[in-house]
Design a protein around this ligand. Structure first.
Ligand code: TRP
Length: 336
């Protein structure tokens, strides 16, 4: 009898010791795990894209690639994505919404989107995705030292190289018409800069602005009778309705020099452009840098101004333009 209860006590003791061992193993394993979860917590990034057009879509894809390259992919990141479809009132409401959603970082793709976010939040970090003129658009005070809650990536249009290309491919051009949107600060600056350079090179420049995509066809029909060639800046409104630009030029057959590869693919003649995917990747990497603790106020704006030549050889043939070999050889992309 005594023997039996001794065995029982011993057995219980063994159970207790083993149990405690398991428990302590469990808790000691659990401790570093909590550490890891705080480091691996899901970050929230709010993205506002101004409008849909192929270049901005490519930039958004690039942003996701850039973030993934820095480890922010899968369960580690939640993207709170909105598209304002070119509607200024949607820009305002969506910006407020994204700011209220407690995102860790906000990203604005295209100038009106970045401006909307900057109006909605003065303290959350905001990253500019491909903004042509951050200072002119009142988004940062200084490109090297932004000072506030906004920094990001800028696509500086290689206007002089574009002008040189106009001269090489179409030497008879004397008057250049410009088609752009009156609502985009990014375009206003580019038009001023291009006009200055073109006039210096001896061209007559005629700017035509449109308040929305609705006026593109009628403006084109007036413009094509008054100019020898058409130049288009990095403009979202025109890019989002570029097929209208091309179709309203069918009869007039003027050479069109737009400022993005997608527009050359859709029927423009040629351009010198900044790579859109590269812009997106750089934007994504800058978001990652901010997520890891950098402050927008002292993170310089990254500027992309290196252009590559793109030519639509089908359009060139259509316009009976002979492409000099030294141009096609050096071109970054020939669209056939
Ligand atoms: N840079 C433009 C802006 O500041 C946005 C943009 C990027 C864009 N890539 C483009 C516009 C290509 C037209 C075509 O708003």
């Amino acid at each position: 009898m005594q023997n039996k209860s001794l065995k029982l006590i011993l057995g219980l003791l063994v159970l207790l010791i083993v149990g405690a061992g398991i428990y302590s193993g469990f808790t000691s394993k659990k401790a570093p795990k909590t550490n890891q979860t705080s480091k691996d917590k899901t970050v929230k990034v709010g993205v506002l894209q101004y409008v849909s057009h192929p270049s901005l879509d490519e930039i958004y894809k690039g942003i996701q690639d850039g973030l993934a390259q820095e480890g922010y992919k899968g369960a580690k990141i939640k993207l709170d994505f909105m598209n304002a479809e070119g509607d200024q009132s949607k820009v305002a409401t969506m910006s407020k919404q994204l700011a209220a959603n407690k995102n860790d970082v906000l990203v604005g793709i295209a100038t009106p989107a970045a401006q909307g976010l900057a109006n909605a939040s003065k303290d959350q970090p905001i990253i500019m995705g491909a903004i042509t003129d951050p200072v002119g658009a009142n988004l940062v005070k200084d490109l090297k030292k932004p000072g506030g809650n906004v920094t990001g990536v800028s696509d500086n249009n290689p206007a002089q190289q574009q002008l040189d290309l106009i001269k090489t491919l179409t030497p008879d051009v004397k008057t250049i018409g410009i088609l752009y949107s009156s609502n985009e600060d990014n375009s206003k600056t580019q038009v001023q800069e291009f006009t200055k350079l073109a006039e210096k090179a001896g061209y007559t420049v005629r700017p035509y602005s449109v308040p929305s995509t609705n006026e593109i066809a009628s403006t084109m029909s007036i413009m094509t009778s008054k100019v020898d060639a058409i130049w288009i800046p990095i403009d979202n409104t025109i890019a989002s309705a570029f097929s209208t630009v091309v179709s309203s030029n069918k009869e007039a057959k003027k050479p069109i020099y737009p400022s993005a590869t997608a527009m050359v693919e859709e029927g423009g003649l040629a351009s010198v452009v900044v790579d859109q995917h590269d812009l997106g990747v750089a934007t994504g990497k800058m978001v990652a840098k901010i997520l890891k603790g950098a402050k927008p106020a002292d993170t310089p704006v990254e500027i992309f101004n290196k252009g590559k030549t793109v030519i639509n050889t089908k359009v060139a043939a259509d316009l009976e333009i002979t492409l000099p070999e030294e141009v096609t050889k050096k071109a970054g992309k020939l669209i056939k």
